[in-house]
Every structure is written in structure tokens, then in C-alpha cells.
Design a protein around this ligand. Structure first.
Ligand SMILES: Nc1ncnc2c1ncn2[C@@H]1O[C@H](COP(=O)(O)OP(=O)(O)OP(=O)(O)O)[C@@H](O)[C@H]1O
Ligand SMILES: Cc1ncc(CO)c(N)n1
Length: 414
């Protein structure tokens, strides 16, 4: 008789005292998805929903030794990396992955926190590209991280596809460029002007030509100094944008405060004892995970899906509801052969702290459970969509997502 063993997943990441991102988000996600979670901590961050107030990296050997301890004893079916902080930690982590021969590796190339704090030293980007990305099965940059890794600006979906091709060329088998930061719309022109300020170029007709030149220079040079400068420019720009958006959202939040307080007191009062009732009280809107898959005509990826194995995802709760007027978040997936767009309804909330950590942790959990990479990504997207939709409204800034939401919705179905 074969022994059934629980899937084992390791996260190599930083600690978030606020509990919404980093190691804490990963372990909560693993637990919710029914896999056994283990951790190798790279750094301790002093963090809450208002921002990162301190970063205390551990000695690089501490990460390597934690990985050695769990790898040599408990075993690892899949792993994810998050905040790695510096080049030395990246090199040692890559050495361990290589030594153990682990293949189900999800790299979340964490660089900055929402709010702007540096979670990866600028000079470590090169180590990430050279040592870690070649070992990744799935890499999940957000848009600013994809810009840094690809050495180009991302304005349009075509830019995103080009960035995905460039990142894929660095070695990972599947690239997912997440869309959380792509708010699209009228700010694009402002971004062109901001870019013009940074590069000293025109925001008009010759913009593309200049950018092209810049990215050619970038790929030719490959020097640490150059990538350091480029990363600083990109991150500074995105940080400014994030801070402005944060302030706007805060004002909006104040206006809605009274309404929200009422709703959240209600949720908190009942959260443990009457969760099923609360879920039933929530409207249809709350009950659905709005996901849709759009494949390009030559796309083969869709055949990699096995809906019969994950039949719960075809239930009304997880089915796309298909309202084209809803603002969408699109995650772009590229496997070296075809592009797939995974789109979901954009939730209008500031409580998105740790979305990337949670998403990549859910992908690693799916891989450990034997899902194909595409199914694991789709399942991870459903997990984070539910977690954002059923937000907890904690803290005064960017609050955490609700790691219970996905399983609790499934619980209602059972
Ligand atoms: N407002 C939103 N509504 C719905 N889905 C979202 C929203 N924001 C992000 N997502 C989803 O969450 C996942 C993480 O995307 P995001 O771009 O926010 O990552 P990130 O910036 O790396 O997150 P973080 O740095 O907070 O960990 C993606 O699957 C994305 O589509
Ligand atoms: C520790 C840690 N890792 C990752 C992120 C990115 O969300 C964060 N804010 N904190």
C-alpha cells in the first residue's frame, strides 16, 4: 500500500510583522490550501499597513542553513522565494536549490514594498537575473519589477508581451507579469512626461525611439552600475505614483468611513462563529471570483488545463461572470510559446498589502499538490481574488488581504 504524504512547501522570504505579506502571508496561504508549510527567513522587517519602518537582514548563511535543515530532513515538493534582500543571499539560495535539484520553484522577484521601501538592494538585481531566474519554473514580477528585469518601460499590453519575452530569455520556464499596478487610463500621458523628466527626452513623437535606444544600451552594457541606476529611476517613479494614489485613496476612504465602519464591525463580530451566515448575507458580487482566460489564436496553453480535476472552479462561485464594463486586472502568462491573459475584476480597495506574496505562495502550493503550472497559476489567481474581494479592512494604510476567504467560499459550497 502506498503511503499518502502531505505536500510540503518551503517559502524563502522576509518576515512581515504586520502579517499580511512575506513569510506570514505564505504560511497562512499554505495552511489554507492544505499543504505543509516551512520557512527560511532572510530578513526581519518592521512593518505595518503604513509601511516598512525597518529592515534587519539575517546573515546570508542563516538562509542557507535553514534551507539545508528542512531540505535534508522534511523534504520539499515545491518552494517559493520572496524578499531576498541582497546578492549574497540570492547566490546562496540559488546554490541550495541547485544542490537539492528542486524544480517546482516559484520566484517572486520582490523589489519594493507598496509605499516604496527597498526590499532588494539595487545591486542584487544582477544576481537575481544570473543565478535565480534560470532555476525558476514560474517567475511572477509585478509591472515595475518586470520593467527592471526586462530593461524597458511597460505602457501597453504589447510592451508587456515584449518584457515577458525578455524575462523568459533569462531562463524561467513561465513568466507571469501581474497586472495589479496597471491602472491604465488617463495617467499614461503623465507617466510619459515623468519619464521625459527622468531621461531628459521628449514625451512626444520621438519618445519610442529614445526608449528603444535606452533599452538597447541597457542590454548591451549589462553593467551593475547601469542596472543600479536604471532600477533606482524606475523604482523612484513608481514610488511617487504609489504615494499619490495612496493619498487619494485615503481621502476617498475617509468619506466612506462611516459606512465601512458599520459593515466591518458587523463582519468582525461574526467572523468566527457565523462565517457561513455572513457569506450568505454577502451579495452575489461578493460570492463570485470573476476570472476569465483569453488565449491568443496560436495559443496551446489552454490544453494544459484540467478543469475536471478542479471541478470546484467551475462552480458558480468561481465562474467568470463576464461583465465587460468592470475594470479588469490582467495577469499575462508567457511560456516561451504562447501568451495567455488571465483577467479578473479589479477590486477598488487600498487593502492589497501582500497580494504578490499570497499569489506566488498559492502557486507553489498548487505545484506541490501536483497541478500543472498553468492550473496552479489559475488557482492562485482565484485564491488572491477572493482574498482581496473579502478584505478585512485592518490598519490605517494598505491593509492585508483575507487569507480565509477562498476556503470559506468553498466551505459554503460543500
Ligand atoms: N485591485 C485588485 N483587484 C483584483 N486583483 C488584484 C488587485 N490588485 C492585485 N490583484 C491581483 O493580485 C495579484 C498580485 O498582483 P500585484 O501586481 O498587486 O502584485 P505585487 O505588486 O507584487 O504585490 P505586493 O508587492 O503587495 O506583494 C495578481 O494576480 C493581481 O492580478
Ligand atoms: C517581508 C515582505 N516581503 C514582501 C513584501 C511585498 O509585498 C513585503 N511588503 N514585505
Amino acid at each position: 500500500m502506498t503511503e499518502v504524504r502531505v505536500p510540503r512547501v518551503l517559502t524563502i522570504a522576509g518576515s512581515d510583522s504586520g502579517g499580511g505579506a512575506g513569510i506570514q502571508a505564505d504560511l497562512k496561504t499554505f495552511q489554507e490550501l492544505g499543504v505543509y508549510g516551512m520557512s527560511a527567513i532572510t530578513a526581519i522587517t518592521v512593518q505595518n499597513t503604513l509601511g516598512v519602518h525597518g529592515v534587519y537582514p539575517l546573515p546570508p548563511e542563516a538562509a542557507a542553513e535553514q534551507i539545508e535543515a528542512v531540505g535534508s530532513d522534511l523534504g520539499v515538493d515545491a518552494l517559493k522565494t520572496g524578499m531576498l534582500f541582497n546578492a549574497e543571499i540570492i547566490r546562496l539560495v540559488a546554490d541550495q536549490i541547485h544542490k537539492f535539484g528542486w524544480e517546482k520553484v516559484v520566484v517572486d522577484p520582490v523589489m519594493i514594498a507598496k509605499g516604496g521601501a527597498e526590499l532588494l538592494q539595487n545591486e542584487a538585481v544582477l544576481a537575481m537575473k544570473e543565478h535565480l531566474l534560470p532555476l525558476a519554473l514560474v517567475v511572477t514580477p509585478n509591472i515595475p519589477e518586470a520593467e527592471v528585469l526586462a530593461g524597458m518601460r511597460i505602457r501597453t499590453m504589447e510592451d508587456r508581451r515584449e518584457a515577458a519575452r525578455r524575462i523568459h530569455a533569462l531562463g524561467p520556464k513561465i513568466v507571469v507579469i501581474k497586472g495589479g499596478h496597471d491602472e491604465g487610463g488617463p495617467d499614461r500621458e503623465d507617466r510619459d512626461h515623468e519619464e521625459a523628466r527622468i531621461y531628459g527626452i521628449s514625451a512626444g513623437a520621438d519618445r519610442e525611439e529614445n526608449l528603444e535606444k535606452h533599452s538597447e544600451e541597457h542590454s548591451e552594457e549589462h553593467s551593475e552600475e547601469h542596472s543600479d541606476k536604471y532600477m533606482k529611476e524606475i523604482l523612484a517613479e513608481h514610488t511617487e505614483e504609489q504615494m499619490e494614489k495612496h493619498m487619494d485613496k485615503h481621502q476617498e476612504d475617509h468619506t466612506n468611513n462611516h459606512k465601512n465602519n458599520h459593515k466591518n464591525n458587523h463582519i468582525n463580530d461574526h467572523i468566527n462563529d457565523h462565517m457561513e451566515d455572513i457569506l450568505k448575507e454577502n451579495t452575489e458580487k461578493h460570492m463570485e471570483v470573476h476570472l476569465d482566460v483569453v488565449n491568443h489564436p496560436d495559443d496551446q496553453t489552454r490544453t494544459a488545463m484540467h478543469p475536471e480535476k478542479y471541478s470546484h472552479m467551475n462552480s458558480p462561485i468561481f465562474k467568470a461572470v463576464g461583465n465587460d464594463r468592470d475594470p479588469q486586472v490582467i495577469d499575462l502568462i508567457y511560456d516561451g510559446a504562447a501568451f495567455t491573459e488571465l483577467s479578473g475584476k479589479r477590486v477598488n480597495t487600498v487593502h492589497t498589502h501582500g497580494t504578490g506574496c499570497t499569489f506566488s505562495a498559492a502557486i507553489a502550493a498548487g505545484l506541490a499538490q501536483g497541478m500543472s503550472a498553468f492550473d496552479a497559476i489559475r488557482s492562485g489567481r482565484s485564491f488572491i481574488q477572493a482574498a482581496i474581494e473579502d478584505g478585512l479592512n485592518l490598519g490605517q494604510g494598505h491593509g492585508p488581504t483575507n487569507h480565509w476567504a477562498y476556503q470559506r467560499r468553498l466551505g459554503v459550497l460543500r
